[in-house]
Structure formats: structure tokens, C-alpha cells
Design a protein around this ligand. Structure first.
Ligand code: ADP
Length: 448
């Protein structure tokens, strides 16, 4: 087992990884930008190294600075968290070339799944159903029109290198396809330095359901059920739950088996998530994330499995110490992403937190690095905390979520707490009747 792990991330996920390491008796190295010198994970880590100025490109995306920090601290392994360099194949390679273990999959798996066109091909050849669409890259607007007419409108033009909901444009009919193609291509080039786009049928009422996978280096693969992440704004998740209110046990087992078999086929190691759109009883693959997900805690709550611990064990060469039949799904869990942003306008709200009280009590978990007196820097993602609750039933979970949200106090910055409080009393949400477009309508209709 590793003696020392460097955490190449910040915020709540740096805290999450640090906690798992310390519970395993592993020493931690925090790396941070000058803007994060006072961050909680920096205070709690055994060692810390400043790796650059606030802009992510100078610090958390600065590969050479991170490798140097690992070298001078005599680290065994590097955990990339999510975002930043977590799905950067070149970084994974660099880490291993310098003699450190990368707590994640191989660079080749990151590369294939990071290219959504290649990922669609890999999915098809591993027996996973995909959203109907183009066979590969679409090069011209004329080609886009031809394919769109074949699969039928509406369609969505997507960036092959896409992420975070960027580089996606919907065309409702033929008159809009040229514009969607050009916009998606321009946005993709600007955001990812790669203008490759492809086309998918645009599903109008799907849920976003994803399967958590855990695999070791020796071909042992299990799935840990699904998460329903349909509550999204701008294609970004705001609240996630497990299990999905829309799946029964048989559907769960079937899609879990399809996902596990595919993962076994490609020889993947570590944690991973296969994302699907789910409509009228059918699953359609959209992408695979080759890293820990923001919403991983809801899976932990209903399975009792510490995913970060397992990720570290597997990366150190350990064999999975559980089989599919050992996995018992019990109860229900919901996660709310708390962002430092206005709950109506969604304008980011960095600044000084002058009052903080986290909810507690049975079945309540808060993953966060903030505290009273902390300054939320303006340079990074606005998510500052995750509230995760557990209940024996979905209803018990909802009641607990409501009371935990009412206890939560964050003063000095605007947060998404008011939006979550309005959401948990909404009938559609309470009944589990929502799809990926529901939240935007809820917000548009002033939350009624
Ligand atoms: P990213 O990597 O940017 O997160 P994804 O491919 O995972 O992109 O898609 C993000 C979200 O965009 C999905 O959860 C869904 O809400 C929406 N989306 C993506 N593809 C489609 C599609 N074919 N039809 C309808 N919605 C889609």
C-alpha cells in the first residue's frame, strides 16, 4: 500500500481524498495555488506545496509543477480528483513515467473515452446501446443535414472533446442545423482546442441515469448500481439520487450487467461511470467518465462502500475484495450541490463567508472544505459544498433532506440553498417525476 499520496486538486474533493487517505493510514500532500493557501485541505494535509498563481493553468493544470511537488515530497501516488487533470491522458502518462502511481485508469483508456466519437465506437463494440447518430465525425454542414434527415429531428450537435455541458447545440428542424453545426464547432474549438463534432438524436424526455463501475487490474469488475442525475441546469447536474425513482430491480440488474461486461471487455481498471439517457424503458449510452464523479457519495451511502478507498486500493495493485453478489443496495440517498451563486440569477458569488453552520444528525453528510472566515476565491468552479442525506426509504430521505437544508447556514455569499429548499417541497420532485429538462422549466416558471 502507498505511504504517501499527493492530492492534485482543491475544495471538497481534496478533502474527500484526504479523509480516505488518513483513514487508511496514508500520509497526504496537498498542492495549492496562492489563492488557496488558507484552504482546509492544505491545513489538514501532512505536507503542502504551493504550485503557482491563482489561474488554474498556472497551478492545478500545471503538470510540471505537480510532478515536481510529488518528487520533492517523495510521494508514491497522485490522486487527480475530478475536473482539472483527472481526464488528461498526457498527465496520467507523465505521472507514471516519473515513477508515481496514477490513481485512475491507464492513459489509453482515458484517451479513448475522452474522445466521444471513439467512446461511441467502443460502446458499440462492447455491446452497449448508443443514442442513434452519426458513425463518426461530421465535417460539413451539408453532411450534418444529410445525417439529421436520416435520423430525424430534433438532433444535437456535440463536441467530441466535450465536457461540462459545453460544445452542444440542439437543432429542432432543418432550418437550424447549419447554425447549430457552426456554433458547436466554434465553441468546441474555443473550449477544447478541438473542433471535431458529431450528431446524435436529441431525446426530448429522457432521464440521465449512470452506472458506477469498480474494477481491479485482474479482470474483476462489479457495478454499484445507478445514480439518477436528471436534475440539471445548462446540462450541469444540481441534485442527484440513488437509486433512480424510475428503475426496478430487474432493470437495474440488466443495465448493471451490460455495463460490467463492457468494462471487462475493454480491460478497464479503477472507478468509472457509464452515463446513459433513459427514455421509454430504453438505455442509450452518452459517455464514460474515467474518474471519480462529484455525485459518488450517493452510491457510497446506499452500498456502504468507500469508493475512494477502493480506488486507492486498486491503484496500489490490490485485488477487489468483493463480488457482485456481495453488493447490497439499501435505502435511499440524495445529494445537493451547493454552489456559491445566486439561486435565481445563477451569477457566481465568490467572497467572504462570515457565518457557517453545517447540518448534522443521523444520516446527514456534508462534504466541503469551507468554514466561517473562509474566502471563496473567484478563480474556480462555484461548488463549495455537497449535502448528502440517507434514509431507509425515499420518503424518509426527502424528509431528512428538508430538515437538513433548513439547518444549513452559509452567510456572506449567495448560495443555491434557497433553490434546493424550494425543490424539495415540489410535488413532481417528491413523486420522482422529472426528466433532464424539468429543472429548467421549474426555474423558468419561478419554481412552481
Ligand atoms: P458533458 O460531457 O459535457 O457532460 P454529456 O454527453 O455527458 O456531456 O451530456 C450532458 C447532458 O447533456 C446530459 O446529461 C443530457 O442532459 C444532455 N444531453 C446530451 N446528449 C443528449 C441527447 N442526445 N439528447 C438529449 N439530451 C442530451
Amino acid at each position: 500500500m502507498f505511504e504517501k499520496v499527493l492530492i492534485a486538486n482543491r475544495g471538497e474533493i481534496a478533502m474527500r481524498i484526504l479523509r480516505a487517505c488518513h483513514e487508511m493510514g496514508i500520509k497526504t500532500v496537498a498542492v495549492h495555488s496562492t489563492a488557496d493557501a488558507d484552504a482546509m485541505h492544505v491545513r489538514l494535509a501532512d505536507e503542502s506545496v504551493c504550485i503557482g498563481s491563482p489561474a488554474a493553468k498556472d497551478s492545478y493544470l500545471n503538470k510540471a509543477a505537480i510532478i515536481s511537488a510529488a518528487t520533492i515530497t517523495n510521494t508514491d501516488a497522485i490522486h487527480p480528483g475530478y475536473g482539472f487533470l483527472s481526464e488528461n491522458a498526457e498527465f496520467a502518462e507523465m505521472v507514471e513515467d516519473h515513477g508515481f502511481a496514477f490513481i485512475g485508469p491507464t492513459a489509453d483508456h482515458i484517451r479513448v473515452m475522452g474522445d466521444k466519437v471513439a467512446a461511441r465506437e467502443a460502446a458499440v463494440s462492447s455491446g452497449i446501446p448508443i443514442v442513434p447518430g452519426s458513425d463518426g465525425e461530421i465535417k460539413t454542414a451539408e453532411e450534418a443535414i444529410k445525417i439529421a434527415e436520416e435520423i430525424g429531428f430534433p438532433v444535437i450537435v456535440k463536441a467530441a472533446s466535450g465536457g461540462g455541458g459545453k460544445g452542444m447545440k440542439v437543432a429542432l428542424d432543418k432550418s437550424k442545423i447549419r447554425e447549430a453545426f457552426n456554433l458547436a464547432k466554434t465553441e468546441a474549438t474555443a473550449a477544447f482546442g478541438d473542433g471535431t463534432v458529431y450528431i446524435e438524436k436529441y431525446l426530448t424526455t429522457p432521464r440521465h441515469i449512470e452506472i458506477q463501475i469498480l474494477a481491479d487490474n485482474y479482470g474483476n469488475v462489479i457495478h454499484l448500481g445507478e445514480r439518477d442525475c436528471s436534475l440539471q441546469r445548462n446540462n450541469q447536474k444540481l441534485l442527484e439520487e440513488a437509486p433512480s425513482p424510475s428503475l426496478n430491480e430487474e432493470q437495474r440488474r440488466n443495465i448493471g450487467e451490460i455495463a460490467s461486461n463492457a468494462i471487462k471487455k475493454i480491460g478497464y481498471r479503477g472507478v468509472g461511470t457509464i452515463e446513459f439517457l433513459y427514455e421509454n424503458g430504453e438505455f442509450y449510452f452518452i459517455e464514460m467518465n474515467t474518474r471519480l464523479q462529484v455525485e459518488h457519495p450517493v452510491t457510497e451511502m446506499i452500498t456502504g462502500i468507500d469508493l475512494v478507498r477502493e480506488q486507492i486500493r486498486v491503484a496500489s495493485g490490490a485485488t477487489l475484495n468483493m463480488k457482485q453478489e456481495d453488493i447490497v443496495f439499501s435505502g435511499h440517498s440524495i445529494e445537493c450541490r451547493i454552489n456559491a451563486e445566486h439561486s435565481d440569477t445563477f451569477i457566481p458569488s465568490p467572497g467572504f463567508i462570515n457565518g457557517y453552520h453545517a447540518p448534522g444528525g443521523m444520516g446527514v453528510r456534508v462534504d466541503s472544505g469551507i468554514y466561517s472566515g473562509y474566502r471563496v476565491p473567484p478563480h474556480y468552479d462555484s461548488m463549495i459544498a455537497k449535502l448528502i442525506v440517507y434514509g431507509k426509504t425515499r420518503n424518509a430521505c426527502l424528509m431528512r433532506l428538508k430538515r437538513a437544508l433548513n439547518e444549513f447556514v452559509i452567510e456572506g455569499v449567495d448560495t443555491s440553498l434557497p433553490l434546493h429548499r424550494r425543490l424539495v417541497v415540489n410535488d413532481d420532485f417528491i413523486n420522482g417525476e422529472y426528466n433532464i429538462h424539468w429543472l429548467e422549466k421549474f426555474i423558468e416558471n419561478k419554481n412552481s
